[in-house]
Write a protein that binds this ligand. Structure first.
Ligand code: KG4
Ligand code: ZN
Length: 366
């Protein structure tokens, strides 16, 4: 089954063609990072306007890179939530328009479940396909490698969720952030350190040069699988003030101090997330862990989780951790295989949680 996946929930306009929920035929994205950089975060009005400009060329590019036309695909999967309403609606209307024009099946996808499904993807064009780094042409899917139940960790700019995947499409959330999402914490910490937006990649880069001798506090919230990062953000603010990093002095802050603070911050985030995820895996008796979301691209987090986990950790390559259309196509494939379809009454669901269905059952076939 060939699925065209469309994603526009936040600040990436993305589309991809995926075969049988696993094989990437094309995966095209246009990032708005530069557009939002000078504001230090996403400006919703600018995001939706940019999606409107990008969506048609991106979908065209995804089809043409796969050497296909719309008539060749079997279904169109689109993120219907969660995300920014004004951004979601652009991808959703594009998908509906394509479905009506081509007569193809439409399926709404939960973006957070999409992040988990990145663990099923492999790119035959890449020299080391799949999430396991094997050289086999078709790497084993998580349920073949380990079996259900799996634990999934979704750490993105808007969410930090721990959920059980009991079977395909059956998610049960066991933990979440009580305040900032992990990616939001990276972005805010980077802003305090004068490092720009998005914060994650730049903190990872500069942290590699930093001294780790002054650890920052960790919020463990014992007895729950929840997370909290707002206290850590305040600790970064205090240290940035004490060390003359924030507000930035004339000529900029001392870069050794910035690198040390970035490293302490990254280690605190990675330590808490990896420790709690590895413990939850034991407590719930899961057979493996899949990770996704922009922060799952972080090498310190990946190393910490691999070191602590007693079950296999399936970490998609960084390009599949951040928002992309392929993960939406992969999730959509599994919904379709279970017989689900969306109708033209499919609407955006900005507040959807990881365990909720992305759309009501189709009232009428497309
Ligand atoms: O999943 P994503 O692309 O979009 C959302 O659905 O939110 O995640 C974006 C977030 C941003 O906050 C960004 O700073 C963070 O992921 N991020 C990283 C890294 N790459 C992206 N955080 C830590 N380390 C990275 N290497
Ligand atoms: Zn995302």
């Amino acid at each position: 089954m060939i699925v065209l996946g469309i994603e526009s929930s936040c600040d990436d306009t993305a589309a991809a063609v995926v075969v049988d929920g696993r094989e990437i035929r094309s995966n095209v994205a246009s990032s708005q990072a530069e557009l939002h950089a000078r504001y230090g975060g996403i400006v919703p009005e600018l995001a939706s306007r940019s999606h409107v400009q990008q969506i048609v060329p991106i979908v065209r590019a995804a089809l043409s890179a796969a050497d296909l036309t719309l008539q060749d695909v079997d279904a169109i999967a689109v993120t219907s939530g969660p995300g920014l309403a004004g951004s979601l609606i652009v991808g959703l209307n594009m998908a509906k328009g394509l479905a009506v024009a081509s007569g193809k099946t439409l399926i709404g996808v939960n973006h957070l479940q999409g992040h988990a499904y990145a663990g099923w993807l492999y790119d035959p064009a890449s020299p080391n396909p799949g999430t396991q780094g094997q050289n086999d042409v078709v790497p084993a899917a998580p349920e073949e490698l380990c079996g259900f139940p799996l634990l999934c960790l979704v750490v993105s700019g808007g969410h930090t969720d721990l959920a059980l995947i009991k079977s395909h499409g059956e998610f049960e959330r066991i933990g979440r952030t009580r305040d900032d999402a992990a990616g939001e914490a990276f972005d805010k910490a980077a802003r305090l350190m004068g490092l720009g937006y998005p914060g994650g990649p730049v903190i990872q880069k500069i942290a590699a040069l930093g001294d780790a001798s002054a650890p920052l506090p960790r919020a463990w919230i014992p007895g729950t699988w929840d997370f909290s990062f707002s206290g850590l953000k305040t600790a970064v603010l205090h240290r940035a003030r004490t060390e003359g990093i924030y507000p930035a002095p004339e000529g900029g802050p001392d870069q050794d101090a910035v690198a040390a603070l970035a490293r302490s911050f990254q280690e605190a985030v990675a330590d808490v997330i990896a420790t709690k995820t590895a413990r939850a895996a034991v407590e719930f008796g899961v057979k493996g862990i899949v990770i996704g979301g922009g922060v799952a691209a972080n090498s310190a987090l990946r190393e910490a989780l691999n070191a602590k986990s007693s079950v296999p950790v399936m970490s998609p390559p960084p390009v599949l951790c951040t928002d992309n259309g392929a993960m939406i196509a992969a999730a959509g494939y599994h919904y379709l295989k279970r017989g689900e379809r969306s109708g033209l009454d499919l609407d955006v669901m900005p507040g959807l949680t990881i365990e909720e269905a992305p759309s009501a059952p189709a009232a009428m076939p497309v």
